[in-house]
Design a protein around this ligand. Structure first.
Ligand code: ADP
Ligand code: MG
Length: 463
């Protein structure tokens, strides 16, 4: 199980997902193709958009983006894909469909300038994956492997919650079995992550960075034993290697730990990836498409770790803490709390953390996607609405450090480090529920200091 043979050396169907950096250029795609060419059995390849393309499409969807900027963004996307075409041996195979998709990007951009409908935004956002999957399937054919680009919207049926659509599992399973399985027996099927369609055929997206989730859903639907997530680094690390070079890959980790780490915001995997894996009893591999050494197996075994241990540390920036003073609402503070919950849920704002007692309610919101969305969760309208419910103190730009592991309550070293931290920094330690898998530190300092804390924690916990 711990070898690459489990991924490649069998005749069972497998699903391999390649992220944005693995699709960034023909050069990166060639490395990804080497991975694909190793597999012996039937294969479904799920791809993300080439790096930066989804972000550009998101900017194109905004009415506030200037016409000049839009022109530049469209030219960028065109340039990325035309450079890819130029590097293919037989670009004519896909030149027309690529140009049609680029035209669609331009048309949808104009349409959204008139009215920014969520369905239109998703249609525009879907173009990145539709482009990269065309190019990657053509590259595989160039390299002598029979491959076909398959439109995943035929299979990935979802709700009409544009921007974060819910997969409709029975439909997906039935369609994957009737459409994908027979095709994969004949050729490598290259298809898109991130996107889907409603039952009536409108294009949807499954949420930012959800291609990992798409791959897991398709693996579940076709009855794969494993799947693989190929990214830009060799596995899940003890912390984001962009924070410290001391971070190292974790060879094997449990589904529970992976879930806790990604729920805490670790970018390496979409948090929902683990759900199909847990349901279907699949393990999966996380590795680097740019070199086949190392990697992490996320295993689906129920283990009961006896010793306390720390698995990984994550840092999530841009948290917002809302503190409501409910003393004025007494004795009806429960009603005020329900109103607060209702207001947040109306706006699709899911608290990372919530604490209530009769005198106060505290809610932590994650605003770390504000740059991608190009707006903060906390706009002026929301700020004013919050104050109508109860006096609300708002703190922005807090950082959330998460320590993930097992039996953390019994970790003596961790207790000592936290005591030190409490003495020296503006932090608050939060233990979520009764879970001993995750411990959170809310840092009331800037990101640079929070990074330093992560580095110190990492040094002490992974000596
Ligand atoms: P892809 O485009 O392949 O989906 P992502 O950028 O979404 O890749 O995820 C990979 C990135 O996740 C890494 O480059 C790394 O900076 C970041 N990351 C954050 N936390 C971790 C972690 N604990 N282990 C590995 N990578 C992490
Ligand atoms: Mg990703």
């Amino acid at each position: 199980m711990q070898t690459l043979d489990a991924l490649f050396g069998h005749n069972h169907i497998s699903v391999h997902k390649f992220g944005g950096t693995s699709m960034a250029s023909i050069h990166a795609m060639r490395h990804s193709a080497e991975v694909v060419l190793r597999a012996q059995g039937p294969l479904i390849v799920v791809v993300s958009a080439a790096a930066t393309v989804t972000r550009s499409l998101m900017h194109l969807s905004h009415q506030a983006t200037s016409q000049a900027e839009k022109k530049r963004l469209l030219a960028d996307i065109t340039h990325i894909h035309e450079t890819m075409l130029d590097a293919l041996t037989a670009p004519e195979r896909i030149r027309n469909p690529v140009e049609a998709l680029l035209q669609e990007a331009s048309d949808l951009t104009q349409l959204l300038q008139q009215e920014r409908k969520p369905s239109g935004v998703d249609a525009l956002l879907s173009l990145g994956e539709r482009l990269s999957s065309l190019v990657f399937s053509a590259l595989l054919q160039d390299l002598g492997r029979e491959a076909v680009c398959f439109d995943v919207r035929e299979v990935m049926r979802t709700s009409d919650h544009f921007g974060e659509a819910e997969p409709l599992l029975p439909e997906i399973k039935a369609r994957a079995r009737s459409l994908l399985l027979p095709l994969a027996q004949q050729k490598v099927v290259v298809t898109q992550g991130y996107i889907g369609s409603t039952l009536s055929g409108m294009t949807t997206t499954l949420g930012k960075e959800s291609s990992d989730y798409s791959a897991a859903l398709l693996a579940e639907a076709v009855g794969a034993q494993h799947f693989a997530i190929w990214t830009d680094i060799p596995g899940v690390f003890t912390t984001d290697p962009k924070i410290t070079a001391a971070a190292h890959p974790i060879k094997i980790m449990s589904m529970h730990n992976a879930l806790a780490l990604t729920e805490a915001g670790a970018k390496v995997l979409h948090p929902r990836t683990m759900l199909p894996a847990l349901r279907a009893g699949m393990s999966f591999f996380v590795g680097s498409s740019q070199g086949l050494t190392g990697g992490t197996w996320v295993r689906n075994v129920k283990e009961n770790p006896r010793a306390a241990d720390v698995i990984a540390i994550n840092l999530r920036p841009s948290q917002i803490l809302l503190s409501f003073d409910l003393t004025g609402a007494l004795p009806f503070s429960r009603a005020a709390q329900s109103q607060i919950e209702a207001m947040l849920s109306e706006r699709d704002l899911k608290p990372v953390f919530a604490y209530s007692d009769p005198l106060s309610t505290e809610i932590l919101l994650d605003d770390s996607l504000r740059e991608f969305r190009r707006e903060s969760l906390l706009n002026e309208a929301l700020k004013q609405n919050l104050q109508t419910l109860a006096p609300c103190h708002i703190e922005t730009d807090l950082q959330l450090i998460a320590i993930i592991g097992n039996r953390l309550d019994q970790h003596a070293g961790l207790r000592q480090i936290l005591a030190e931290f409490i003495n020296h920094y503006k932090i608050r330690v939060l233990s979520f529920g009764m879970s001993t898998h995750a411990l959170f530190i809310l840092v009331y300092e800037d990101i640079t200091l929070a990074q330093k804390l992560v580095i110190t924690l990492h040094e002490e916990l992974f000596p």
